[in-house]
Design a protein around this ligand. Sequence first.
Ligand SMILES: [Zn+2]
Length: 455
Amino acid sequence: MSQWTFPVPRTAVSGLKFPAVTDDRAAHLLALQFQLGQSEWWPAERLRAEQLRQLGEVLRHASSAVPYYRRRLATAGYRAGQPVTDALLSQLPLLTRSDIQKAGAALHSVPAFTAHGQLSSGETSGSTGSPISFLSSAMEQLYWNAFTLREHVWHRRDFAAKLGGIRYTEKNGSASGWGPSTNHIFATGPSAALRIDTPLPRQVEWLLKEKPGYLVSYASNIEALARDSLRRGWRPEGLREVRSVSETVRPELRSLVREAWGLRLVDMYSAKEAGYLALQCPDHDHYHVQEENVLLEVLDGQGRPCAPGETGRVVVTALHKFAMPLIRYDIGDYAILGEPCSCGRGLGVIREILGRTRNMMRLPNGDQRWPLCDLVHQPDVPGVMQYQYIQKTLESIEVHLAVDAQFSRDMEPRLTEIIHARLGHPFELTYVYHDSIPRSASGKFEDFRCEIAEA
Ligand SMILES: [Zn+2]
């Protein structure tokens, strides 16, 4: 493979094409990229020291300008300007989604914090069950774009290729560039967008017509496309890589994409309210924490840090969020940390991202577990195209199915046996049939959802 290099940027000065003298926006992004290209190789201790120094800035600001944090930080033992240590961090209380909803504007800086550029407000997607509103600054957007660019760099993308996206979007369309992380820096190939709620056969037509070099979509949709491709024998001509965003990726999906198209799946982990959290390592299927953007902890049920291999809750502190600080924010996901990566980057490793709290199954004895029971691959019960479990009570689960002609309802008893064995409890199962199982309003698909109210 030839050596990957950055294209020459666009110049802002006529006659000076190489090396280019870029405009200010491109210069900021490239300067950040230069720093990120260094810091990713730092030893973990040095990254941690810089994170804590940056966190000091956030805490100092929050304790003086954010009503919600004024007393809360003082009570936790923080005094403005003191050096921040891991010990201090571990004393700070967690911030839950419901804390954010209750606090409302008390989490906003007073007066409104405009030193980092124009503020914009947003809301997280409704599929999490409890959407939250947030404020972010133009500088946070700059960091967002810088980490988007890092992701392209890590995965050695060919910027001349076409980028295709099937995801949540207002309307279908096309653009001459890839988006704000690259448009100001250099000319890229075009992009094309299709709404995630487009029926699968139309998606296939679109893929075959647009021929994107890179495809971005949600895990469940990629899975549906790959299965359809295997079943009907079409191939996405010119596709070089599949990128997934927004939903949990199971290891089987990576093998499926390889089997269907001989391609690698590249996943990322981000949150609108906190920015990029982790990106897939260029050399492996696991993820590197974006330590320059967030301080990310994985904590067990007692609030202690998990060791590699243990499942815990993801708690993030956004390092550049001043208009509405998020300090030790329990984002509602579960993850498993990994050992340091052999690629040599000092950035922490997340072995697997498991998804949302409400995607966990609850057992009558009080245990919570990740339910893994794929119904599409059951040799005894062919014909299941799509499935979704909705846990209604501690003893009952609805099993929603979309099936084809190979399936018959006589297979329900066998399916029940399989589900009971895999879930480890004889739940009362109710089968509900659909032509296709709908997505949530935000376009996300959850294969397991627990609808038991939190005690
Ligand atoms: Zn790595």
